[in-house]
Design a protein around this ligand. Sequence first.
Ligand code: NAI
Ligand code: MG
Length: 472
Amino acid sequence: MFEYAPAPESRDIVDIKPSYGLFIDGRFVDGSGTPFKTINPATEETLAEISVASPEDVDRAVKAARKAFEGWSALPGSERAKYLFRIARIIQERSRELAVLESLDNGKPIRESRDVDLPLVAAHFFYYAGWADKLEYAGLGSKPLGVAGQVIPWNFPLLMLSWKIAPALACGNTVVLKPAETTPLTALLFAEICQQAELPPGVVNIITGAGETGAAVVGHPDVNKVAFTGSTEVGKIIARTVAGTSKKVTLELGGKAANIVFEDAALDQAVEGIVNGIFFNQGHVCCAGSRLLVQESIYDDLLGALKRRLALLRLGDPLDKNTDIGAINSAEQLAKIRELSNIGAEEGAERWSPPCDLPDRGFFFPPTIFTGVAQSHRIAREEIFGPVLSVLTFRTPAEAVEKANNTPYGLSAGVWTEKASRMLWMANRLRAGVVWSNTFNRFDPASPFGGYKESGYGREGGLAGLEAYLDV
Ligand code: NAI
Ligand code: MG
């Protein structure tokens, strides 16, 4: 184990206010619900008090968005693009501030918020800004839907906001967005960025609160489009709410991705891909490679290399630039990870973690591997959404496909092999929205993302992502 001197990123760059209102019609106003606190999950300190939008507040936000829709949708696409480019540039200019705030509120390592989340957020706005005046060329017409009600989770707060807001605005819609209750701060800073970009009032409305506020957004009769990312459980509730209405819906839900390693794969690269697949963002990733499928012939070599690599991961202060694994986002999520891990051990799988000191404050969970996992085990079937990897083995490509597809989900998969013909054979048979070839967790705004089966429906990103916001 190497020792490093701490290298914390300064938090002086962020200016967190004691309390925040709702961003409606271009201004911050108090919500009428009972405010709640958002905390830093790495220290459990309170960061700020957050307003709660009641159904009446939600109605005000939807009305503001409806009023703004008239002007916004009538603007030439080239004018809307100017606003989106401006927002993208401000995000780049303020990216350090946004990254530090994201790490404080979410617990993710600054190395990831700085080098992954923020560059992708800016890229998403640049990408859709480029489409705003070319919608006709996309062959989808250029008729927006109206008001989009968007509800997002806590694992990639600002990135999920960009996935929702950028295509909606490019197509001429206006939005009411609700961030997750544990991570509202970067969305509220984004609201300030909308002011800074002089976006017309009401085009973007950000309202905070928990599930009830989200339900009010989704159920509002004057919302034309619902976009949700989160749990399959809530996704099903939303699908029922909108059934029988004319609302257009995209749902991006859970996953239980297989990361499949064949005996001819480059071993060290595969190990890096496995680590990135499940330990990136503490495993709080819908497409996390939480099931490792290893060809039997390389099992011992691969497991040995993986364990040696895990012993080098550094867990701790998310603001430290050396940190690989930060804090679990909330006490509730930590309890869920602990519970499922205990069940895994009780069901007979073998649990292993490297020696790892956990900080005495905050929510942390060590990187964990389960071996001897059977298909029937709950850790192989249920989304853990934490730094926990289940390892299974296979002998033939057909068996790998069968095991990989044996899940109610179908969001992503990774395949590691030297052989291109095998790669294509696998990709054609895996029931997953994304199949990564000798890599994992790679994102690009031009590439559509979404699931099969209980992972949801609709695609976000790329050309397909425009369709979700146009009346085609
Ligand atoms: P959740 O689905 O409850 O929360 C996601 C968002 O939906 C939040 O903004 C929440 O306030 C909102 N929400 C909750 N109930 C709602 C309702 N009835 N109507 C409208 N909006 C509602 O997810 P939660 O409880 O934070 O996490 C539970 C599990 O879900 C995790 O352990 C993980 O397995 C999975 N999850 C999957 C995500 C993904 O990216 N696909 C993201 C977050 C969680
Ligand atoms: Mg919940």
